[in-house]
Ligand binder design. Structure first.
Ligand code: DGL
Length: 248
């Protein structure tokens, strides 16, 4: 059984990509809403939250894991999962980015992901990478901020890069695709037409290839704090699926 975790709703974008590729996979999803957002937390806090999230998923019976959270990737790569089979967001993404050699890439991510340098170290020699941390965006999306608030956060971050040009925008936080239309509109105004890379694709592809995906398509959600926003997103993404949501 496959387990995915994130600080909240962001990993749903990875789950969505995975279910499109592997509709019969049995999946448990853990969203640590009580401790969200992760992206402004210290390396030490992230290490202990990641270890706890992984243990929780293992206790639910999952043995193949996806850390559907870029901010947790460093903890995963430093061993938070022990010997468990686990896929993090950054390695499949870095591999997928090789096809864009020489491009100018704007990396949008949380401060924790930018500070981890995982994308910088993997991509700096391949593309022209410009990392832009956006501190408030994941929380705004998670806790249901208005579209205008989200737009203002994105706009003021993009202003820091005014006058620059990019070929690609890398959505380096799994929450960001949930506000993709706003990000796209603001990016077009500031930088002109650019392409978008959503790492969910590469991560889901790797999971579909490496993990056991022939089950009954069971879907169970565990969240550390109840959230109407989370419930609404799940209902919107899988209107016809049978699933359970449990507060842990
Ligand atoms: N969605 C996660 C990520 O990809 C965490 C965002 C957050 O909780 O700050 O980084």
């Amino acid at each position: 059984m496959i387990g995915l975790f994130d600080s909240g709703s962001g990993g749903l974008t990875v789950l969505d990509a995975l279910r499109k590729k592997a509709p019969n996979a049995d999946i448990v999803y853990f969203g640590d809403i009580k401790n969200a957002p992760y992206g402004t937390r210290s390396k030490e806090e992230l290490a202990s939250l990641t270890t706890a999230g992984i243990r929780m998923l293992q206790n639910f019976g999952t043995d193949e894991l996806i850390s559907a959270c870029n901010s947790a990737a460093l903890s995963v790569l430093l061993g938070a999962a022990g010997h468990a089979r686990i896929i993090d967001m950054t390695r499949p993404t870095a591999r997928a980015m090789r096809q864009y050699a020489g491009k100018r890439v704007l990396l949008l991510a949380t401060p924790a992901t930018i500070i981890s340098r995982l994308y910088s170290d993997a991509l700096e020699t391949i593309v022209l990478l410009d990392p832009l941390p956006i501190a408030e965006l994941a929380a705004a999306i998670e806790f249901g901020a208005s579209r205008s608030t989200i737009r203002d956060i994105v706009r003021s971050s993009f202003r820091e890069r005014k006058g620059r040009q990019y070929d690609l925008v890398l959505l380096g936080c799994t929450h960001y695709p949930l506000a993709r239309d706003i990000i796209e509109r603001e990016a077009e105004k500031m930088f002109g037409k650019v392409e978008y890379i959503d790492p969910a694709e590469a991560v889901a592809e790797e999971a579909a290839q490496r993990f056991h995906t022939e089950g009954r398509g069971k879907l169970a959600f565990k969240i550390s704090k109840d959230s109407d926003h989370f419930r609404k997103r799940v209902a919107e993404l899988w209107p016809d699926a049978k699933y359970t949501i449990q507060i842990t």
